[in-house]
Write a protein that binds this ligand. Structure first.
Ligand SMILES: [Fe+2]
Length: 284
């Protein structure tokens, strides 16, 4: 039977005694779902899985979702590749703190990554526990954000005019495949949301995707979002994840923010990713 051991950091737990080449039985699926509700990031080392097994594992936590701005790999509608070649000089992908596709009307519940080619140095993923960040906010700030709604948008990030659009000179040589000319997405979500699985409030805001607060002057909103951000990524709410080849990591986008880190120039890094949307979680 699989077992779950917390990392001892602000979030995250390691799952042992599980082989994702085999279907996950009902009891293990329940353990994994409650583990994700409790720890927000699950790490499953030493897996040797193909794309279908990655998709099957993902459905333990919901339904497979398509990605609005990634071109999927050949042979799957649901898997994207996070890739950086050894000699690539484009800006690091996803280096800003975010919750995946938070601009959608119904954002994904979780994201899963499988490490295929992992450099010997660098490339850690940082996770910031947004339940803890909310709990530790000064009471005055909690009161200030009560009932406020963040305005999420892709306009500065993806598509025409966005940082990852091929019109940017810095994007030359990008090995990841982004959709180029899709229409922008705009979405509104409360700055504080209660998690359906664990019942705890969590902050749901990022500097990249949230460009305003509904009904608030832009300058005032920006100041508030920046102040909130400092609490959201405080050192004591962050877990730094060190990758190994064959590792599967799944995180709850309702509970954590995450970001990529560099430090592996000269090494190729390849991970495969699924995005998990609300839906019938299967025994799989
Ligand atoms: Fe991400």
């Amino acid at each position: 039977m699989a077992s779950i051991s917390p990392t001892g950091a602000a979030c995250g737990a390691v799952v042992s005694h599980i082989d994702l080449r085999e279907p996950v039985d009902d009891a293990t699926a329940a353990l994994l779902r409650s583990g994700l509700d409790d720890h927000h990031v699950l790490v499953l080392p030493d897996q040797q899985i193909d794309n279908e097994q990655l998709e099957r594992f993902s459905t333990v936590f919901g339904s497979l979702g398509t990605d609005p701005w990634f071109v999927p790999i050949d042979g799957s509608d649901f898997i994207a590749e996070v890739r950086r070649e050894a000699q690539e000089t484009t800006p690091l992908f996803a280096e800003g703190w975010h919750s995946d596709w938070s601009f959608l009307e119904t954002p994904p519940v979780a994201t899963c990554l499988f490490g295929l080619q992992i450099p010997p140095v660098g490339g850690d993923t940082l996770f910031a526990n947004q339940h803890l960040a909310y709990e530790r906010l000064p009471e005055q700030l909690k009161a200030r954000i009560d009932g406020l709604v963040g305005m999420h948008t892709t306009r500065k990030i993806y598509g025409k005019g966005g940082m990852y659009h091929e019109d940017n000179e810095a994007e030359a040589g990008r090995s990841m495949a982004f959709v180029q000319d899709g229409d922008p997405y705009d979405g509104e979500h409360p700055l504080v949301r209660v998690h359906e699985g664990n019942g705890r409030p969590a902050l749901f805001s990022t500097i990249g995707y949230v460009q305003g607060i509904a009904g608030m002057d832009q300058a005032e909103a920006r100041e508030l979002l920046v102040e909130l951000h400092t609490h959201q990524i405080a050192d004591d709410v962050v877990y730094r994840h060190r990758w190994e080849p064959g590792m599967v990591v799944i995180w709850d986008n309702r509970s954590v923010l995450h970001r990529a880190t560099g430090g592996y120039d000269g090494h190729t890094r390849v991970l495969r990713r699924t995005t998990i949307i609300p839906g019938n979680a299967a025994a799989a």
